[in-house]
Design a protein around this ligand. Structure first.
Ligand code: GDP
Ligand code: MG
Length: 400
C-alpha cells in the first residue's frame, strides 16, 4: 500500500520547518518571469530550484462543523472519505493543528486548524497556540453565519499583520434548500447570502466573502478566491499554489496555463546551454532535455493528466479511466519522457530550426538565444496541448 500523504502535527508545528529553507523562500525575488536568454544557465537553474522548492503554508480555520476538513480535502484534490483525506464530520476535541501535505506538490501544506467554538475562546491565545507566524495566509470558514469568534479571530489576525479571507461554505446546500421552497434563481440566492454575510461581518469593515461548495470547487466563488490570493503572495508562492490546485473548472485551466507559461521561461533559460546535442543528422541545439522532461512532467500533473489523477477522477465521477483518456489528443497521452520531448524537436521545433539553421554554430551568446527561443516555443506549445487535453477530460468527466 502507498505511503499516506498526510502527516499529523502537534501544536508545536514550527518544528516541522526547515528554517534555512524558509529563509531562502522569504528572500525570493518577485521577478522570476523576467528571465532572459542572456541570464546564465546557472542563474536560471537556481531560479528553477527556488520555484520548485518554495514552501506554502495555508491555514484553514473556523468553528467546528463548518467544513474546514472538507475544504482541506478539496484543495488537495481529494473527496471526503478518499484515502489520505482529512477525516470529516467528526467533533473536534483537541487543540491540535493538523498538517496535510499536497499529494503532488510536496512543499505545499494545508493546515486543518482546530475549531474555534469553545465558549471561553480567546483569539490571541488561539493564534499563539497554532503558531500563527507559520502560515502564509488564513482562510476563515463559516457556514450559515459567521460567529463572534470568527470576527474576533479576523481582528487579531489583522492586528498581527497577517492576511485572512472569509469563506462562506456549503453554498450548494442553501441553493438546494431555497430553490425547493419557491421559485428563485441561483443568482438571487447567492445575492441574499452575500448581503447576509456583509451585515454579519460589518464589525470587521467590509471584507470580501467567497461563497464556496467543497463538493464542487468549480462552482461559485472559488476561482475569485484564487485570483484574490495573487495580490498577497509572491510570484513563487502564487505559482506553487496554482500548480497545486485541482483542475476543477475551465477558468482554473486558463489560470494554470498563464502560470505554467511564465514558469516555462525559467525552465527554457535553465535548459538552454552552449553544449550542443545532436537531434537530427546535421542539426543540433544547445538544450538539456532532462530539464524539459522534468518541467513537462510537473505540468502534466498540474493539469490532472497523469495516470494516477485520471484513475482517481474516474472513480469519483463513476467512469472508466479509459473513457476519460480517450478524449486526450496530445502527444502526452502516454506521459512525458525523453523520446516524446525529442520528438517535439523533430516536428514543431523544426520550424524554428529552419529559420536559424545557418546560425547555429555562431558565437555562443547567439546559440544560447536560439536554444532558449526554441525550447521556450516547444514548452509553450506543450502547455497549450496539455490544456486542451485537460479541458476535454473535465468535460468528459462532466465537471463543467
Ligand atoms: N453540502 C455540503 N456539505 C459540506 C460542505 N462542506 C462540508 N460539508 C459537510 O459538513 C460536515 C462537516 O464538515 P467537516 O469538513 O468535517 O467540518 P469541520 O468540522 O469544520 O472540519 C460534513 O458532513 C461535510 O460532508 C459543502 O460545501 N457542501
Ligand atoms: Mg474537521
Amino acid at each position: 500500500m502507498a505511503e499516506p500523504i498526510y502527516e499529523t502535527a502537534e501544536s508545536n508545528c514550527a518544528n516541522y520547518y526547515d528554517n534555512e529553507m524558509m529563509g531562502e523562500v522569504m528572500s525570493e525575488s518577485r521577478n522570476y518571469v523576467k528571465v532572459d536568454p542572456a541570464q546564465s544557465s546557472a542563474e536560471a537553474k537556481e531560479e528553477q530550484y527556488l520555484l520548485e522548492n518554495v514552501t506554502l503554508n495555508i491555514a484553514i480555520t473556523g468553528e467546528s462543523g463548518v467544513g474546514k476538513s472538507s475544504f482541506v480535502n478539496a484543495m488537495r484534490g481529494l473527496g471526503n472519505g478518499e484515502y489520505g483525506a482529512a477525516e470529516t464530520g467528526v467533533t473536534e476535541t483537541t487543540m491540535k493543528a493538523i498538517r496535510y501535505r499536497h499529494p503532488t506538490m510536496p512543499n505545499v501544506y494545508i493546515w486543518d486548524l482546530p475549531g474555534i467554538g469553545t465558549p471561553n475562546f480567546k483569539a490571541k491565545k488561539y493564534l499563539k497556540e497554532v503558531q500563527f507566524d507559520s502560515y502564509d495566509f488564513f482562510i476563515i470558514i463559516g457556514s450559515l453565519r459567521f460567529k463572534e469568534n470568527d470576527i474576533l479571530l479576523a481582528k487579531e489576525i489583522k492586528r498581527l499583520k497577517k492576511t485572512f479571507y472569509f469563506v462562506r461554505s456549503k453554498v450548494d446546500q442553501d441553493v438546494q434548500a431555497e430553490s425547493r421552497k419557491r421559485y428563485v434563481t441561483e443568482e438571487q440566492i447567492l445575492t441574499k447570502i452575500r448581503l447576509r454575510c456583509r451585515e454579519n461581518l460589518a464589525p470587521v469593515g467590509n471584507p470580501k466573502v467567497f461563497l464556496i461548495s467543497t463538493m464542487d470547487l468549480g462552482k461559485y466563488d472559488f476561482q475569485k478566491l484564487v485570483d484574490s490570493l495573487k495580490d498577497n503572495l509572491s510570484d513563487h508562492k502564487w505559482s506553487a499554489l496554482v500548480e497545486s490546485l485541482p483542475v476543477c473548472s475551465l477558468s482554473m485551466i486558463e489560470t494554470k496555463k498563464i502560470v505554467l507559461k511564465k514558469r516555462a521561461r525559467v525552465a527554457a533559460a535553465a535548459a538552454a546551454t552552449t553544449v550542443h546535442i545532436l537531434l537530427l543528422p546535421g542539426f543540433s541545439i544547445g538544450c538539456e532535455i532532462a530539464i524539459m522532461v522534468k518541467f513537462l512532467e510537473k505540468a502534466l500533473t498540474s493539469f490532472g493528466l497523469d495516470e494516477k489523477y485520471i484513475q482517481a477522477l474516474a472513480v469519483r465521477v463513476n467512469k472508466r479511466p479509459r473513457q476519460l483518456r480517450s478524449v486526450m489528443k496530445s502527444r502526452f497521452y502516454e506521459g512525458v519522457d525523453k523520446t516524446v520531448v525529442a520528438g517535439m524537436f523533430r516536428t514543431t521545433g523544426m520550424l524554428v530550426a529552419k529559420i536559424v539553421e545557418g546560425m547555429l554554430f555562431a558565437v555562443p551568446a547567439i546559440t544560447m538565444v536560439i536554444a532558449f527561443a526554441t525550447t521556450l516555443q516547444l514548452l509553450t506549445q506543450a502547455i497549450e496541448e496539455m490544456a486542451e487535453d485537460a479541458k476535454a477530460v473535465i468535460l468528459a468527466a462532466g465537471l463543467c
